[in-house]
Design a protein around this ligand. Structure first.
Ligand SMILES: [Zn+2]
Length: 119
């Protein structure tokens, strides 16, 4: 049920932004998620769709960008891209000593349509 609370959070953030910008409607939301965030994209997308009913977000298009993770090998002092948690250092084949990114989940942009009273 992780996806439901994320959906709730995203709706809360976008509504806050919409209010700040005096927006009549939100037309587009872009979210970046790391490939290790554990978020089920389809479940998240349908949670947003359901919860957006009757809000400024209803009908907004939801862009979800999946970011690769980054690992760091201290032996080789090398940072490398990871597609999954079992990826190893391309130089020495060890597991990364640090996972530097891949767990993020954030709203990166919101496109609003101003309700300026015309039309
Ligand atoms: Zn290495």
């Amino acid at each position: 049920m992780h996806e439901l609370s994320l959906a709730e959070e995203v709706i809360r953030i976008t509504q806050h932004e919409a209010a700040k910008n005096n927006a009549g409607l939100i037309s587009e939301i872009t979210i970046e998620t790391g490939c290790f965030s554990g978020v089920e994209i389809d479940a998240f997308r349908s949670a947003v769709e359901v919860m957006a009913e009757g809000t400024l977000l209803a009908g907004a298009s939801l862009n979800i960008v999946i970011m690769k993770g980054k690992g760091y090998c201290s032996g080789c002092d090398k940072e490398f891209e990871m597609d999954n948690r079992l990826d190893t250092c391309p130089m020495c084949n060890s597991f990364p000593s640090q996972i530097r990114s891949g767990h993020e989940f954030r709203v990166v942009s919101i496109v609003v349509e101003k309700d300026n009273g015309e039309g």
